[in-house]
Design a binder for this molecule. Structure first.
Ligand code: SAM
Ligand code: SF4
Length: 327
């Protein structure tokens, strides 16, 4: 039973923990070309991350997602996963990664108790992939996906952000790739988080419903009662005659805040109560000052969780990038 209940009676059971704001890619929709990252002294140590995670699990969180930035560039990530994997009361430890280093890390993470991974892949064309990520090599990610399949995760899901005029013609290809590999796939609408310099977000917006329409022409999509543990906003459809599901994460076209069950902690220990608002609590200050007050402070902060976000692609009021937020 979660002790984390906000003023709209939403029960918080899911924590996304950003283990670093750094990344080995620079996806054009996520980051500007020239980024300033946090100095190491401001980033939580692995011990502090484990302490914060323990507090959330004691308060009723059942699922933790390690994310970033790119979680696999954080030194000691496997040791952290092991510590969290051992937490009593935690039902699911999962990760979102760009897959570049997964070839090396898939098996150790699985052995540490991680049950599922999400791997981001926005294009299956090497030149496009490179342009979208500014210097990524598609082959690295493909190798990472295969390593994850071999490691025996319970489920693997691909994440793709489609941008009009860039890669929105790949919705069928990406979905067929997921089907062929026996994986799930989610399409995420681009959110106006942080200033970027490669494109204007109003020009590249693609609504989930247009992707759904394209998919309906090629696949038979049937309603799915799939609910992942402590799941929140994603909606999934089963792809008939396959093991795969397709999901749509539609923060721009279909507000789903009513069922929000999650909070985020940034690499510098800021508890963010909503992706699209700045309401936060500085957990680093608390644990470095008086860690005995941590749980009470977290419980109290739930009363400040906003009812919903109001994303407007024309108005970047949230200046932090997705990489700093913990996607
Ligand atoms: N580096 C890892 C990765 O790319 O999977 C984890 C962090 S990344 C911030 C998490 C997810 O957020 C990725 O699937 C990425 O595509 C997505 N993302 C990043 N910026 C976004 C934005 N502005 N709008 C929507 N999704 C975004
Ligand atoms: Fe890095 Fe992930 Fe952001 Fe791409 S989406 S720049 S891989 S943090």
């Amino acid at each position: 039973m979660s002790q984390l209940i906000d003023s709209f009676d939403r029960h918080i059971r899911y924590l996304r923990l950003s283990v670093t704001d750094r990344c080995n890619l620079r996806c054009t929709y996520c980051m500007a070309e020239d980024m300033t990252f946090l100095p190491k002294s401001r980033v939580l140590s692995l011990e502090e991350m484990a302490l914060v995670s323990q507090a959330f699990v004691d308060l009723g969180v059942e699922k933790i997602r390690l994310t970033g930035g790119e979680p696999l560039v954080r030194n000691g990530i496997v040791e952290l996963a092991q510590k969290l994997g051992d937490l009593d009361g935690l039902h699911e430890l999962v990760m979102t990664t760009n897959g570049v280093l997964l070839d090396k890390f898939a098996l150790p993470l699985r052995d540490a108790g991680m049950s599922r991974v999400n791997i981001s892949i926005d294009s299956l064309r090497a030149d496009r992939f490179k342009a979208l990520t500014r210097f990524g090599q598609l082959d690295d990610v493909l190798r990472g996906i295969d390593a994850a399949r071999d490691a025996g995760f319970e489920r693997i899901k691909l994440n793709a952000v489609l941008l009009k005029g860039t890669n929105d013609d790949e919705v069928i290809e990406l979905t067929q790739f997921a089907v062929d590999k026996g994986l799930d796939i989610s399409f995420i609408e681009e959110m106006p988080l942080g200033e970027i310099d490669g494109h204007s977000r109003t020009d590249t917006a693609v609504e989930s419903r247009s992707l759904r329409a394209q998919l309906d022409d090629h696949f038979s999509l049937v309603a799915s009662d799939f609910k992942d543990l402590a799941s929140g906003p994603s909606r999934y459809l089963k792809i008939a005659n396959s093991d795969s599901k397709v999901g749509f994460i539609s923060p721009m076209s279909d507000n789903f805040c009513g069922s929000c069950n999650r909070v985020r902690v940034t690499a510098e220990g800021l508890l963010l109560l909503c992706l699209g608002n700045e309401h936060s609590l500085d957990l680093r200050a608390i644990i470095r000052d008086d860690p005995t007050t941590l749980k009470d402070a977290i419980v109290a902060s739930m009363q400040r969780k906003p009812e919903r976000h109001y994303f407007d692609p024309n108005d970047i009021t949230i200046t932090r990038h997705m990489s700093a937020t913990g996607g």
